[in-house]
Design a protein around this ligand. Sequence first.
Ligand code: ADP
Length: 468
Amino acid sequence: MEYESYYFVKFQKYPKIVKKASDTAENNLLPKTGGKSRRVKSDTCQNLPKISQQRPRSKTTAGKTGDAKSLNKENPKQVRMTFGNTHMENADFGLNISRIHTGSGEENAHPGRGQITDFRGLLTNAIKGATSELSLNTLDCNPDPSERLLKPLSAFIGMNSEMRELAAVVSRDIYLHNPNIKWDDIIGLDAAKRLVKEAVVYPIRYPQLFTGILSPWKGLLLYGPPGTGKTLLAKAVATECKTTFFNISASTIVSKWRGDSEKLVRVLFELAHYHAPSTIFLDELESVMSQRGMAPGGEHEGSLRMKTELLVQMDGLARSEDLVFVLAASNLPWELDCAMLRRLEKRILVDLPSQDARKAMIYHWLPPVSNSQALELRTELDYNVLSQETEGYSGSDIKLVCREAAMRPVRKIFNTLEKYQSEDRNFPGIQLDTVTTEDFLDVLAHTKPSAKNLTKRYTAWQKEFESV
Ligand code: ADP
């Protein structure tokens, strides 16, 4: 019941707890006759989980009618409580509730549910303590199918308290919620999408095809200018594959404590094996795995050990049968350590958007009519011209320009809005100006593309290092 209550407070719905009815003998112990005892059972137990703390029933008392009464005798401290229009007898806060009456008289209409809802306030405090434990995923709960179900960490091998702490740090970066990025949400990048699907999604979906020479890749590098959709691709992988997704940035791994980084890396990979199938997404890889010994003034010993550990773990993946996959992203691939590059067998350039992709992006963010805000926003844009003018801009640059262009007409009405003393937030009588091609071009003139000058370098690097 505690669990059910916790679950309700956290997820606003009740867990479905089922138990395989393997043993009919147990069923035979339940009272067969009607009367009070049967009602007690149907009132309280039908919709509640089985409570392990229930007093063991002896054969002699279990079948007798008046079960509830005998419990009353055993428990002189019984209380009668009223919560709203719900009365409880023999309530021990969550344990041994022997009877519940709802004021409405709907005794069979989910009696337990009404009562537990009323417990909320009381339970919240108790649960607060429990949730800190829960952040370590010690409890398996899977309230909605989009949420990831994790094995409890308590069973994670070799967990001394230090490792447990590190495991908790890494576990915070596991996507429990589905990031909900679909392939279609990523505009353009068709080749990159196809390659990522081939390398990560299909081996998990059709493992029987990926054996022998086709055994799945263990590491894939997405590289290219910033803001081109590398993280989006990784999120699409997380949405698409039902793997445990570790979203690791440099800040997770790089610890100021000497030696911790190395251990964090080890724990990360151990956890990934433990929760396999897993995908480890290492964002901004160059800040974790830059070329060894290249740091000015010599490299910190702790940092060197961390890099070595990462390489060792990557080698371990190659030998392991577990479905653990490393997906790395980097804006500066030429800064990556060569040994690491060798282990990221598949490398995919996520390039600046093509003209078609830019056109689709502008249309997506600034359609002719948009009702996504309180006031209707209209645009009159020459998408062809704008897509030509945005050459060299990344996806996130274009999004920024679209946002700024959309902001212009909104900015104009702020003065009027400020004068409006009305509580009515529907702004009657106010209309936004239309966003025009000139507006867009004007914004464009003030926003420089963030990565245009590096294009040549990416292509050169691609020629040298990209696999087919
Ligand atoms: P990075 O390549 O630096 O990881 P992101 O994937 O984080 O870039 O992209 C930053 C933002 O830019 C995204 O959240 C998205 O809004 C936008 N964006 C970039 N590329 C695309 C794309 N191809 N399709 C849709 N949105 C994109």
